[in-house]
Design a protein around this ligand. Sequence first.
Ligand SMILES: *[C@@H]1O[C@H](CO)[C@@H](O)[C@H](O)[C@H]1NC(C)=O
Ligand SMILES: *[C@@H]1O[C@H](CO)[C@@H](O)[C@H](O)[C@H]1NC(C)=O
Ligand SMILES: *[C@@H]1O[C@H](CO)[C@@H](O)[C@H](O)[C@H]1NC(C)=O
Length: 375
Amino acid sequence: MQRIKKKLFFSIPILLILFSWSKGGTVFGCYETALAFKNTCNGAPYYAEDWNTFVTRDVTCNQMQICPVGSTGTAPNCTWKRKLCVTCSQQDGQLFMRIQSNGLPDHCVPGKVALQERVIDVKFRFDPPPVTFFQKPSNVDALNHMICDFDSSSESNLPSDSMFRNYGEKTISIINMVGIAANGVPMYNGNSPRNTDYFYPKDWAGSNQKNVDQDIDACLGAIQPEDGVYHYWFLPPCLYHADKIQTSKYCDNVTDCFTDMASYSKKIYTDFSNTWTLIGMAKDGHKIIGPYTAGNSEFDCQALDICNGIRDSSSGNYTYVAVTTFPYVVGCYGPGAYVTFNSVCSKNVCSFGSSLFNNLILFGLLAILMLHSFY
Ligand SMILES: *[C@@H]1O[C@H](CO)[C@@H](O)[C@H](O)[C@H]1NC(C)=O
Ligand SMILES: *[C@@H]1O[C@H](CO)[C@@H](O)[C@H](O)[C@H]1NC(C)=O
Ligand SMILES: *[C@@H]1O[C@H](CO)[C@@H](O)[C@H](O)[C@H]1NC(C)=O
């Protein structure tokens, strides 16, 4: 059984590549995705707004230790303005998405560092067909550097197919920003400056002794002390059901979060929205979706490639899946290979053990592919 399973595991990605390499995102798909963001502007999804005049939405929290810079009120009662506008445009026959956000969250955040409004303004091709790009590490060490390094998500590692442009502030630390969540909050990769998993670290030859001490809140985010930028690192439990989360507390002060962060963050998706959910967009132009499929079944982490992505066998679009095993959201800019070895910088990796469920998924995929090849 084990042998057969392994064979399938290798052949499926190859078949997927052969059958669905060339398609890319559609205008309708871009509009649909843009509208799934929690936009505050009137322009979405058609036209970008002037940064200084676009419509904002107020967020009020009565449990802040310190109010965000430029907000109104006196702690604990603060009101700040969110700005978010996600738009699509066509240029030279190519489809682009632009995300303009001031980065401020739509929920409370604990801590004594003040949140700061920033100009986040990025543009990239929407769902570009990955023609020239394929991440394939030849050994464990190469895989480790590819997905464990703190700066693995930097712009220099983006595929040129994405045509990524940063029109926003260049000074904010977006080196490990992998994308932007549906509420306009930046998402970082799951790596610490130590080049290990931030949450379940394991030292390896490429790790160092840098201090990784940052207070993670109950939304599994944190405020970057140097620039006041709020960001998520993990499948964010507060994206759609913040009202069910003690958003003004640190993770350590919430029993479920402290005990098992991974189950805690997934539980909110299991309990309230176990269907296809947009988590955000990655900087390379591909969608990041939640841990469930449109058919309410959970993605098996074994079905994801080394970058944490999966190729939709029918449409050919490549999508990242936010799961609760390392590398959590976007491990590298994919598509990537399927390998038999795991990265060594995390204690929380997807296990390669076989399960009936997993085999069923693989057989299902194979059946779909065979049908494809006959018609
Ligand atoms: C904050 O608001 C609450 C009502 O929501 C009020 O009772 C309290 O006095 C306010 N505190 C400050 C410092 O304004
Ligand atoms: C967390 O718990 C500690 C100890 O009980 C307390 O001092 C602190 O104020 C709490 N902070 C937050 C933000 O939850
Ligand atoms: C993938 O792309 C197709 C068009 O090629 C679109 O209809 C579909 O909704 C996309 N799938 C997802 C999951 O976005």
